[in-house]
Design a protein around this ligand. Structure first.
Ligand code: NRN
Length: 426
């Protein structure tokens, strides 16, 4: 472990060179965020502001972190999952002077220690993925929540759910912008990003052929839908399990088979949970699974697959490949658990591709800038969860299209008039 107390604690500083190359790779594929960095590099609007971030340490996150620093912010960073930090990226950030506390394979105690290290600079802005940072501030550093922090942003579905529940209880002490709910995040990162990166994690840790396999996806929300579409694209027979009738109906009309997990457990070859709910796959499902079944999760927390049940049912556990553990059950059948049940796309691969994180992180950047600009005017959003402005979505999507050299039509004044004229009937 390399450590410079107060400055950083990472796995290995010697990985910085490799990490820097991967960050440059991401920069070349994140034109929207890089355009924002260029736009604000000179004016440095975040000068004097301190952002504590708790978000997966990947090459794409590094581009966001260094963009904040380039436009004047002081930044400190921790990873938001014990298995998702990419150590070469953490090394490159540390070498570039970012106070970063993150390494792959930390335990839960170390995970919260890292979060608390990032708070020593007394941030006035927070950036979360899963709300563990905000939760820690509210529970252990209430003076930060009540007096110092002017606002925060949240990256993911699970975190937004948590924060909306806190706000409903009146427990949220500062405003948070739900970046996850931006159309240019939700409809792209969650669908196309999760779809590709989850398959990426499965293939890196198993190298199985998906064509012809029964791939069971639990949850047909944006993430589950993305995984289902990509698995189908690779020739898998996709089965969906759900609890929400409308989601189950959408899956059915998309051509996917829908059944209960009890039924799917008997026929599935590969299982992916993407529900955000606990105990989706439990002992009675494991009992009926075929020998050689692969099980993984792509939800934020590792609660969806009941690993304690699996451990109790196993007579032998061994690591057979990177991020791949074989559980030999007492009934003689083998179950393969990927990434210890944690989010397989980031723990066994590199997370979503740069091109889709480009828009998610452009929303993060513009949301942090919005909080600062309000603060400079002596204003502040109310202490609840806020959506991004609709025009921000169109602006980000417009810039993205331009970088892809894609043109769209424009409404004529007559068409605008027609659209606003409710009297125009048949
Ligand atoms: N490459 C990535 N870097 C990445 N892929 C997915 N995510 C990433 N964060 C940084 C997050 C998505 O935005 C994981 C979150 O749960 C999801 O909302």
């Amino acid at each position: 472990m390399n450590e410079k107390p107060g400055q950083y604690k990472i796995k290995d500083l010697s990985l910085a060179k490799e990490g820097r190359l991967r960050i440059e790779w991401a920069e070349s594929r994140m034109p929207v965020l890089m355009a924002l960095r260029e736009k604000y590099r000179r004016s440095k609007p975040l000068k004097g502001y301190k952002i504590a971030g708790c978000l997966h340490v990947t090459k794409e996150t590094a581009v966001l972190v260094e963009t904040f620093a380039e436009v004047g912010a002081q930044v400190s960073w921790s990873g938001c999952n014990p298995l998702s930090t990419q150590d070469d990226i953490a090394a490159a950030l540390a070498e570039n002077g970012v106070p970063i506390f993150a390494w792959h394979g930390m335990n839960v105690k170390e995970f919260y220690w890292c979060i608390e290290e990032t708070l020593k600079m007394r941030p006035n802005l927070t950036l979360d993925d899963g709300a563990d940072l905000i939760f820690t501030i509210h529970n252990k550093f209430p003076e930060l929540a009540n007096q110092t922090v002017i606002g925060g942003t949240e990256e993911t579905t699970t975190g937004v759910h948590r924060l909306r529940a806190m706000a409903k209880d009146g427990a949220l002490k500062y405003p948070v912008i739900a970046v996850n709910d931006a159309e240019t995040k939700w409809d792209f990162d969650n669908v196309y990003g999760t779809g590709q990166s989850t398959i990426d994690g499965i293939l890196r840790s198993t190298s199985v052929l998906l064509a012809g396999k029964n791939v069971v996806v639990a949850g047909f929300g944006h993430c589950g839908k993305g995984v289902a579409i990509r698995a189908k694209g690779l020739g898998a027979n996709v089965i969906i399990t759900e609890v929400k009738p409308t989601a189950a109906l959408k899956a059915t009309l998309e051509g996917f088979r829908v059944m209960t997990m009890d039924e799917a457990a008997k026929v599935g070859d590969v299982f992916v949970t993407a529900t955000g709910v606990n105990d989706i796959i439990i002992d009675r499902h494991f009992k009926n699974m075929k020998d050689g079944t692969i099980v993984c999760n792509t939800g934020h927390y590792d609660c969806e697959i009941n690993i304690n049940h699996l451990k109790k049912m196993a007579k032998k556990v061994r690591t057979v490949r990177k991020d791949n553990e074989e559980y030999l059950l007492k009934n003689g059948r083998r179950i393969y658990l990927l990434a210890q049940g944690r989010l397989v796309n980031l723990a066994a691969a590199e997370g979503h591709p740069s091109e889709v994180m480009d828009m998610s992180f452009a929303n993060q950047f513009m949301s942090q800038l919005r909080l600062v600009e309000l603060h400079k005017k002596g204003k502040r959003l109310e202490n609840t969860v806020h959506d991004i402005p609709a025009e921000q979505d169109q602006e980000i999507a417009g810039v993205k299209l331009r970088t892809m050299k894609i043109d769209v039509d424009r409404l004529t004044p007559a068409q605008v008039k027609y659209m606003n004229d409710y009297s125009a009937g048949t």
